[in-house]
Design a protein. Structure first.
Length: 356
């Protein structure tokens, strides 16, 4: 088949727009050929369990799935009875970007809390952490946080530990949506365990797709007592891959060495370069009217633009509005974003913000 798209087209819409890292493609090719047992009874899935144990400690168990929504819904479902509820930030992916799947497919109630920076605190959790034993209220039994958050902010290990201790003190469990956990770990220069098992997280959605994989995430159970039935729920939720070796091989390629961190660190650095370039332009007057709305702590930059600028920029660079009423936009960088991509975008921002 011939290439159907313009390979020179670049953008800042999402790290899902990026291609697949060559080493991950090579891993898929290496896993090809011959026959391997289906549904996870293969050599690559067995190797993935060893790699996950090396990152997260003895007893950690990985369940590869197709996508982040599947990981979140299935993982949370395994942590809850039918009457259970999940406390999450109002901006959380499970609340905003999963089409109602947690509630419609997972059968759970989401109890959301407004948060200016996308992060929960024990005090914010307490807004919904009540009503246990009340038969008229869905029972708050899990707290779910996102790392890094939908606003690009990052929880420190101490902040996660405070939430874990608070949740556990109320008899609740802590779930972490780690679609971009690699970016958070690279930002803080800590191992993955520091943000998860060492900090008291019970179940993790481990991201791969946004960090250079073709299409794979994993549910990682860190406390076996916090999750039941994943063997059955993964199939029930249509997340059980028959040729699982090709999913597992991708995660092995990312996690066996340092590729996961290299990819995330590069994406973060490109976001910092983008912000620094715009800030320099604001300082010297070549960029006008841009305001940043969040700290740039991972691979996303959030900003407001003068009227009309976003639409003109999108004629050359794809990106999304975050809050159209505020003219707030989101610019995402990926493992394959180049310095030339960033510099060209900064130049375009300068040009369009000076256009009457």
């Amino acid at each position: 088949m011939t290439t159907l798209h313009d390979t020179a087209l670049r953008g800042f819409a999402s790290d899902n727009y990026s291609g697949v890292h060559p080493d991950v493609l090579a891993a898929i090719a290496a896993a090809n050929g011959g026959h391997q047992s289906a549904y996870g009874a293969d050599e690559y899935t067995a190797r993935l369990q060893e790699v996950v144990t090396a990152h997260f400690g003895a007893g950690a168990e990985a369940f590869p799935v197709f996508n982040g929504t599947g990981a979140n819904v299935t993982g949370l479902q395994s942590m809850l009875p039918r009457w259970g509820a999940v406390i999450a930030a109002a901006t959380a992916h499970i609340n905003v970007d999963e089409g109602g799947a947690p509630e419609r497919v997972g059968g759970m109630k989401l109890l959301t809390v407004p948060s200016e920076n996308g992060k929960l605190t024990p005090e914010l959790v307490d807004r919904e952490a009540w009503g246990w034993g009340d038969e008229h209220r869905a029972q708050p039994l899990v707290v779910s946080i996102t790392q890094s958050t939908e606003l690009g902010t990052v929880y420190t290990p101490d902040e996660i530990r405070a939430l874990a201790d608070h949740a556990h003190g109320h008899g609740m469990r802590l779930h972490l949506d780690g679609a971009r956990i690699a970016n958070a770990a690279a930002s803080l220069d800590v191992p993955l365990a520091a943000l998860t098992r060492d900090a008291g997280v019970d179940v993790l959605s481990l991201g791969g797709t946004k960090n250079g994989a073709l299409g794979v995430e994993a549910i990682v159970v860190l406390d076996p007592e916090a999750s039941t039935g994943l063997t059955y729920l993964r199939k029930l939720n249509m997340q059980l891959a028959s040729k699982m070796r090709f999913l597992s091989a991708q995660l092995v390629a990312l996690l066996e060495g340092d590729l996961w961190r290299q990819n995330a660190r590069h994406a973060n650095a490109m976001a910092q370069r983008l912000r620094a370039g715009v800030e320099a332009g604001l300082a010297d007057g070549s960029v006008q009217g841009v305001t940043f709305t969040q700290p740039t702590q991972s691979n996303g930059v959030f900003a407001t633009l003068p009227a009309g600028v976003a639409d003109r920029l999108r004629e050359s660079f794809r990106f999304y509005d975050w809050d159209a009423l505020r003219r707030e936009v989101r610019w995402m960088c990926s493992f394959d974003t180049t310095e030339q991509d960033v510099d060209a975008f900064v130049a375009a921002i300068a040009r369009e913000t000076r256009t009457p």
